[in-house]
Design a protein around this ligand. Sequence first.
Ligand SMILES: [Zn+2]
Length: 325
Amino acid sequence: MVIDKNSVDWNGEADTAVCPICGSPETALVIPHTQDHITGDAFQIVRCKTCLVAFTFPQPSSFDRFYPDLYRGYTSITKFLLRTLYRLRVRKWLKMFVEPGSVLEVGCGPGFMLDVFRKNGWKVLGTERTVIASKYAREHLGLPVILGGIEQVSDESRFDLVVMFQVLEHMQQPLNTLKECARRLKPGGILLVNVPNFSSWQSEFGGALWVHLDAPRHLFHFTPRSLAGLLEVVGMEVCHVQFTSVAHDPYGWAQTIVNKFTRPFNLLTRYLMGMEKLTIKVVFSLLLCIVLMPASILLALASWVFQKGAVMEVTALRPKMKAMS
Ligand SMILES: [Zn+2]
């Protein structure tokens, strides 16, 4: 094992990587070395042979160093683009319902999605871990946001829809989180889980340098099969999986290809997230991404056709008649 034990707080020995989800010691090393682009710390990606979920190893016992205050402090242009794409995504989700209902978004961040739901007559509630991350949602948009995890949402609450968008991979106990989500759904309610796809072409090409790997903030790395397995455990029925993300695929290809040739990696992404000043290197990365964009769009389109997109969105139903575990 090549982990630098002094570089990170950790919960166990590298040679005894036990699955944090099912506790199985039967694991396989998938990526021997990946470096955090924020702290420089080294991690490995290990797959559990029992539940099939891959996880970041070692798992940090404290996350403060890995989430600087500027994390996702997007630039104005990034905010505008994300907001536009999120609006389109929510409009697509709304088509699943005949009338407005109630929605809970776990990890709602700036609240762009909840804002669209509210404008369409929905009753909305969000959760977010920190005051800073939820500031825009609470103060600018005036959205109801509970500080904390889903456990802080009343046990008695029942929603028509629970959304977890690019959130589950950050959770320390994803199975428990899914269980708590399922419990707060009405019978017949829908759970939408959107996560990076660890079995995507982009992931296979990028390996340790895949822009959406993002260890150790991404503690778990799901495939359609492993996520469906967890949803089944919590009594949810997977209805649909789709792999199309205009926000993640073309850009993800361009940044991942650039990562293969330039250092430091994820430079343009860091700039767009407000973590990097505009330097010559950033401009060079931007130009490379622009040059690579036509090829990246073609790769994205092909990956969507073959269900190998960089991001997957699972729609799961809480059955009407089945008792929840
Ligand atoms: Zn496992």
